[in-house]
Design a protein around this ligand. Structure first.
Ligand SMILES: Cc1cc2nc3c(=O)[nH]c(=O)nc-3n(C[C@H](O)[C@H](O)[C@H](O)COP(=O)(O)OP(=O)(O)OC[C@H]3O[C@@H](n4cnc5c(N)ncnc54)[C@H](O)[C@@H]3O)c2cc1C
Length: 377
């Protein structure tokens, strides 16, 4: 009996896809070159921000509403803690993307939010020192997802629903033939009616010319011990945030999520060196730490204490930093979800649904037209 669908890559997007496909009754085979959740791709580091007033573009908001619903459902069904609502601040000068873009999304979609001036932010969230010309959009519904737990939950549920998931097994290539899609992995051949490509930072290997526009960058997460009591950084007092200064690096971070001895996570958004998943320098160096210290200076000064640990992660960027999500431009039975450009995790729950819709019905009610995979060549 031939398979219905093969899923190439079982990280954030692939794990959500195999779960949804298997639960819709499909015969699914999934491959991963590592054993997810793992630290070689884009989905490790214990936390990911989720937010609704979306500075990147209001077009994402309908997908985000659905993503929230599906994360909440997954959490309820699994009994595992996957999501923690903390509130979120989008900080910058009035004309920054963080402030203006989030505000445009909130207004267009009627999202609950508050605009706070610098003094009001300082009153409510004393660790943040905003210059007088900065503003913040505060959103109550923003929070944190726990990415490793999300992937584990999806993969376990997919296996329970009958998916055949083969880890530590790299796909070498795929081709279209008259039976469907032929996938070669470890020298063995597998045939299915459809293929889903969710290979993260490795995706360009599987997309021929369409993948050549993807650029992988080395991005670092840091954990610091604050210079004041960690209680100032607990989630009831310190929200998630994105800070876009007029010059220099955009940075973002989280409250203290690992108790009194754990650090507080902060990272720089974009601006990492070009790399590949295979040749990236996975060590964190002194200059990497100095760069984030500099971003924190005068802004969240009490966070710039002792450096505890760091981890290298990969962004897979498209030229416009918007996703590559939809059916392959040349093959109606191949679907692609990649190029998440450093902001994809929060969408994994809805991306799994979109991919399952495309596989099982050839269409989706989600508005994915702006993300068409063929738009770059
Ligand atoms: C530092 C950092 C911070 C981030 N912060 C946020 C955030 O706060 N909020 C947010 O929404 N997003 C954030 N992101 C982005 C988000 O994490 C990614 O967009 C998302 O995790 C990408 O998921 P993916 O499934 O495409 O990739 P991955 O999860 O990396 O999965 C790809 C999988 O494909 C497998 N694979 C590759 N090649 C093969 C092959 N030949 N055969 C079989 N398997 C293969 C890999 O082993 C891997 O498991 C962040 C990313 C980083 C790096």
């Amino acid at each position: 009996m031939t398979l219905d669908t093969i899923v190439l890559g079982l990280g954030a997007m692939g794990s959500a896809a195999v779960d949804e496909l298997a639960r819709r009754g499909q015969r699914v085979l999934g491959f991963d070159r590592h054993d997810p959740p793992h630290t070689f791709g884009s989905t490790h580091g214990k936390s990911r921000i989720i937010r609704l007033a979306y500075m990147e573009d209001p077009a994402y908001v309908p997908l985000l509403r659905r993503a929230y619903e599906r994360w909440t459902d997954l959490e309820a069904a699994s009994g595992r803690r996957l999501l923690q609502i903390t509130g979120g601040l989008m900080i910058g000068p009035a004309d920054s993307t963080a402030v203006q873009g989030s505000r445009a999304s909130a207004e267009e979609h009627g999202l609950r939010h508050e605009m706070l001036d610098a003094a009001e932010v300082r009153r409510r969230f004393p660790e943040f020192h905003l210059p007088a010309d900065h503003l913040a959009l505060y959103e109550e519904i923003a929070g944190v997802l726990f990415p490793e737990a999300c992937i584990e939950t999806y993969l376990a549920r997919a296996r329970d629903a009958g998916a055949d998931l083969r880890v530590n097994t790299a796909v070498d290539r795929w081709e279209i033939d008259n039976e469907g899609v032929r996938v070669i992995a470890n020298g063995e051949q597998f045939v299915a009616s459809q293929l889903v490509i969710t290979a993260g930072a490795w995706s360009s290997e599987f997309l021929a010319g369409h993948g050549s526009s993807l650029q992988v960058t080395r991005q670092i997460m840091h954990w610091f011990q604050p210079t004041v009591s960690i209680t100032h950084f607990l989630p009831d007092r310190f929200p998630v945030y994105v800070w876009e200064p007029p010059e220099g690096d955009v940075f973002y971070g989280f409250p203290a999520l690992d108790g009194p001895d754990g650090g507080v996570k902060v990272a720089i958004h974009h601006g990492g060196e070009a790399a590949t998943a295979e040749n990236v320098d996975r060590e964190v160096h002194r200059h990497d730490v100095e760069r984030v210290h500099q971003a924190l200076q005068g802004r969240i000064p009490s966070l710039a204490g002792e450096w505890q640990e760091g981890a290298v992660c990969l962004y897979t960027n498209t030229p416009d930093l918007h996703f590559m999500l939809g059916t392959h431009p040349e093959h109606a039975n191949v679907h692609v979800a990649t190029g998440f450009s450093g902001h994809g995790f929060k969408f994994a729950s809805v991306v799994g649904e979109v991919l399952a819709d495309l596989v099982t019905t050839g269409a989706t009610r989600m508005p994915i037209a702006p993300f068409a995979p063929g738009r770059f060549i």
